[in-house]
Design a protein around this ligand. Structure first.
Ligand code: UDX
Ligand code: ADP
Length: 436
């Protein structure tokens, strides 16, 4: 099928940057991103590019170049589905917070709603592309909804997982290690391969069956997260011996079989993918009664929770076993640098733990505002919104944030933190001053 119009449902961290790059590289394809969230669409359409809902280096420039030409943001979901030959489903698939599989399985209600929406309004044949990370065999559910409409419309379902990392999304999209397309129909696969083919060399476009594609995404994230938990486990051992974890990471990373990437010891990985996808993998393994497999991967999460806890425990014990009434400055709230995304950020859990010990927390993040910080803490439901609001304050200046603080905790590796006048910061802190 020749693709002239693409619709992407979901204007988030995946849909936004991915479609912006597809539009830039395919000037002859009209790309429309739709979302039910009117505020988000309005922000994508804002004249002022600093107001885009997602911060990603290089994204605003591409939006400036393509928006209104062949890239559009809209809330007209039905009309856009109707006119498009290819529809990407790029909605959120959070971990379920209720019912069967609570805390483990992916919540597919948003994906299912999209499939039903497509089934209802389509009057011509469509290629439907799963872009969101989905549990293995989700395509089956989408297929079953789309193939039982009673209409004379043909749907092909493809799995095309996204491997971009936030903070480097545009670079990752422009120069991907590989593009993965899983499907049954060769024609549909080639239609999508052609879209990517405008800038990705064909040998980097991998074609597989749908299930391999879905499982590869979960597996890739599980392997990456496993490396972090592995090095984080070694970091604890280093703290009890005279070994230095950076030296160990460098020494093992130079073994070409291991490689140097993803060996930075940290306060624990965050982000919307790693934890969710591993929990999902564990849930799927358990549902097939593969308990040894499930336990193996679950350990990656257990170690990650341990690492976050260890960080706050260490902070508290260093401050003479009490942080009650003390000001703790947290620099960074996003789950990594160069993004305004805070999903599963270690900072949230560290703050929550310190708040249980009655600390006063001062937060500064270059891209995250107070509303988001409060929402993240309120989502945990550990204490009332009033208490969170009382105990946690956000600042727009790092020097204000750290003034009179007993300790500074660096939560995100923002580059700008290295450029501060640290002597000035030290001088205005309570003594003895600590940094973690
Ligand atoms: C990840 C995958 O990398 C990407 O391919 C997938 O599409 C989505 O999930 P993302 O979550 O955006 O991307 O960021 P990533 O760079 O992988 O970092 C995840 C977390 O791991 C961050 O909290 C980061 O700080 C942490 N991390 C990363 C470490 O603690 N140590 C490392 O060495 C690398
Ligand atoms: P991701 O990181 O996977 O891109 P986000 O949460 O950033 O996730 O984005 C997902 C977007 O999908 C949100 O903006 C949300 O409003 C949108 N969305 C969810 N369900 C639907 C739906 N049924 N129709 C349209 N948009 C939806």
């Amino acid at each position: 099928m020749k693709i002239t119009k693409i619709c992407c449902i979901g204007a988030g961290y995946v849909g936004g940057p991915t479609m912006a790059v597809i539009a830039k590289k395919n000037p002859n394809i009209k790309v429309t991103i739709v979302d039910i969230n009117e505020e988000r669409i309005a922000a994508w359409n804002d004249e002022d590019l600093s107001k885009l809902p997602i911060y990603e280096p290089g994204l605003a420039e591409i939006v400036a170049e393509t928006r209104g030409k062949n890239l559009f943001f809209s809330t007209a979901i039905d009309e856009t589905i109707k006119e498009s030959e290819m529809i990407f489903i790029s909605v959120n698939t959070p971990t379920k917070t209720y019912g069967k599989g609570k805390g483990m399985a992916a919540d597919l209600k948003y994906v299912e709603l999209c499939a039903r929406n497509i089934a209802e309004v389509s009057t011509t044949d469509k290629i439907v592309v799963e872009k969101s990370t989905l549990p293995v065999r989700t395509a089956q559910a989408i297929k079953s909804i789309l193939h039982n409409t009673g209409k004379d419309v043909k749907f092909e379902i493809l799995s095309n997982p996204e491997f971009l990392a936030e903070g480097t999304a545009i670079q990752d999209l422009l120069n991907p290690d590989r593009v993965l397309i899983g499907g049954e129909s060769g024609d549909a696969i080639e239609s999508l391969a052609n879209v990517y083919g405008s800038w990705v060399p064909q040998e980097r476009i991998l074609r597989t069956n749908v299930w391999s594609s879905e499982l590869s995404k979960l597996t890739a994230n599980a392997f990456l997260a496993q490396r972090i938990s592995s090095i984080n486990a070694i970091s604890e051992l280093c703290e009890h011996t005279e070994a230095n974890v950076d030296e160990v990471a460098k020494a093992i990373g130079m073994d070409s079989r291991i490689g140097p990437k993803f060996l930075n010891a940290s306060i624990g990985f965050g982000g919307s993918c790693f934890q969710k996808d591993i929990l999902n993998l564990v849930y799927i393994a358990r549902s097939y009664n593969l308990n040894a497999v499930a336990d193996y991967w679950e350990q990656v999460i257990i170690l990650n929770d341990h690492q976050k806890r260890r960080f706050s425990d260490n902070l508290i014990s260093t401050l003479y076993n009490t942080v009650s009434g003390k000001k703790i400055a947290m620099l960074g709230w996003a789950f990594k640098k160069d993004t305004n995304d805070t999903r599963e950020s270690a900072a949230i859990y560290v703050a929550d733990h310190l708040l249980n010990e009655q600390a006063n927390i001062a937060v500064y993040d270059p891209k995250v505002n107070n509303k988001k910080v409060q929402a993240d803490l309120n989502y945990l439901n550990t204490r009332s919104e009033e208490e969170n609001n009382d105990l946690v304050k956000s600042y727009s200046d790092p020097y204000e944030t750290s003034k009179d603080a007993h300790a500074i905790a660096i939560m995100t590796e923002w580059d700008e933190f290295k450029t501060y006048d640290w002597e000035k910061i030290y001088n205005q802190m309570k003594k003895p001053a600590f940094i973690f």
